[in-house]
Design a protein around this ligand. Sequence first.
Ligand code: 5GP
Ligand code: SF4
Ligand code: MG
Length: 488
Amino acid sequence: CGVFGVWAPRRDVARLTYFGLRALQHRGQESAGIAVGDGATVMVRKDLGLVGQVFSEADLSSLPGQLAVGHVRYGTAGAKSWEAAQPHLSSIGDVIIALAHNGTLVNTDDLRDQLADLGASFLSNSDSEVAAQLIGYFTQRTSHLREGIRKTMEIIRGGYAMTLINEQALYAFRDPNGIRPLVLGRLPNPGFDDADVSMLPAKQRDHVGDRGVSVPAEESPDGWVVASETCALDIVGAEYVRDIRPGEIVRISAEGIVSERGVAPAEPAACIFEQVYFARPDSIMDGKSVYACRYDMGRRLAREAPAAADMVIGVPDSGLPPAEGFAHESGIPFGEGLIKNRYIARTFIEPAQELRAMGVRMKLNPLRDNVAGRRLVLVDDSIVRGTTMRQIVRMLRGAGAREIHVRVNCPEVVWPCFYGIDTDTQDQLISATRSAAEVCDFIGADTLAFLSIEGLIASVPGAGHCAACFTGRYPVSIPDDFGREKFL
Ligand code: 5GP
Ligand code: SF4
Ligand code: MG
């Protein structure tokens, strides 16, 4: 999923959110939603479909406010339904909040039962709705939204990056391992002191996250933006400030911007699949563009698993940067071999296997001029179920390719993800039950090789990564490991 948040009283926040969500559309195409706060209340509009389908000009005009959050969804937990679309509203007593969540929580079944015992009712089976209701519940009990968020962060487990509003404040917070990404940006204001890039006087900077330090409202810029990826900051003209830190809560309101610790940060474990596949190549993560990471993966792949060939081609879109890197490193010319229909959404969104199979043919067509009679290196970001690659190889052979050497810029996906990427259950992962040679056979390639885990990790910057879908080393205990704990 993709999340967005903006506090900018002098701007059209619904429209900024709309554009932010359009930039994050690749993170989910199932549903889209925007909630705005206008000082008095919170309103939400959401529906199934793409951002451009859900919101008309009239919808945006009818959402006035000073702050907003938005969400695009691809379902990992919960069914595909209007009720599962986000932001989730929770209204308990006079506490009204809207929550947008990217990630998956691993212990919400238990928490849902406990909330239900206290009389809560749920519209969906989504983990995000449980989080929204928990925050509402604790806020009601403590009379402080910040306390409600903090208590919720203490008991939820998993990967999450959340943006939340009430009628007047925007909150952004992130799981203690920093599994799901979340960045902070600033809307430009000519009067704002640019030297103060990290919002705080230098001597206080190191303490952000340990205690609340605030910047007075008069020193605030036009507004603040929070988003899953920097490409959403770019589109609204916001400048990247920094990442929201693992375990941190940032609160933005007319009183200024405040950072404080929600929960203690744990071992850093940013999802490495963001750089492999999920994020947009023009986004910056840990100071390096996702494009540059993928290019690097391709270069390493060429060193680890060279192939004799006439041309290197990539599977659009996420296979193109590593294909360029492979070509650069190997000296084999890079060429276009597959043309993508840009108007078809990502295939993994289609729930049924037959639809997925159909999806590849609707989306990609071989470029006969380049592939006929040639020995090809075919680079793609990942093999998950194997369906995509099998069909691509078949199509390329049909177009006359002489040899096809498949190179994949991540290791074999053998473990399921529990933190918000839909790599499916283990029985769907082709490499979980088959050797590389068997997968090669299944997809019909001449040779097949994967980037090593060392090669992958060396391609991305950052303090520490989750790579559990490749290694099985999960940074947060997975559902089966959880005993039932009484929290409420
Ligand atoms: P598959 O092997 O599942 O047929 O397709 C893998 C390809 O589709 C990858 O190249 C990736 O671009 C995309 N993809 C398909 N399904 C998923 C999924 O569930 N998660 C992720 N991250 N990528 C997927
Ligand atoms: Fe990302 Fe894989 Fe970890 Fe899931 S298991 S958070 S996809 S690295
Ligand atoms: Mg792909």
